[in-house]
Design a protein around this ligand. Sequence first.
Ligand code: HEM
Ligand code: HEM
Length: 172
Amino acid sequence: MERSDRYSGISTVNHWITVILVIAMLVLGTVAGEATSEAAEDYVIGVHISLGFFAFLFIAWRIGYRLYDGFQPALPGSAAERRIAFVVHRSLLFILALQVITGPLYLFTEGESMNVFGWFSIYLPLESLAALHEPAEEIHEIIGAVVLPLLLILHIAGAIKHYLGKEQTEDS
Ligand code: HEM
Ligand code: HEM
């Protein structure tokens, strides 16, 4: 039977588009960080920034929709699992918001623009906030390299445990 307290179709589409965008952003950011030449790094980070423009728009829409539509109660599980799911879901959205803000902030506070696939550029004159340049870079790197991967491991492990538990319940 369909449960009325689960996420809507729009939420599900939002979820999986976010998965594709966020994984692509993580891979591009990490590959740029590991690049062996400056030309390769510039090329990959250029793609990261271009796709980042769409990640910014989509994540803003997705967070706005979640605030409007609300979170559903956590899926059945132990009290600890439900608590972890509660915190992880909210933290994921919060740090994704930080990530798509610190990326552009890092560029604008250095006087650089966001070039989107050579189609157009976006620039906000924020050089006067140069003091935020280094912190924005640090936050962006720590989230991208540590916090986001850790949260995703927890989240995906929780989802797998949930699906496996569901299968056992359906089998019995
Ligand atoms: C980049 C990767 C991912 C991100 C950023 C992410 C983010 C989120 C967020 C924020 C929620 C809370 C509801 C919402 O606002 O949509 C959620 C729910 C959920 N995610 Fe993910 N997710 C990711 C990957 C995955 C993967 C790979 C799976 C499956 C293996 C998965 C399974 C689920 C499930 C089942 C729920 C709903 C839980 C419920 O109904 O309470 N997610 N996800
Ligand atoms: C979901 C969104 C995003 C994710 C997951 C993400 C992830 C990452 C990662 C993993 C790195 C490499 C960090 C390292 O060197 O260890 C990085 C670097 C970078 N990202 Fe993002 N990013 C996102 C959004 C954005 C956006 C919207 C921009 C827009 C301008 C951006 C601009 C940059 C820049 C310029 C760097 C290089 C920083 C440096 O040279 O130190 N990112 N990102």
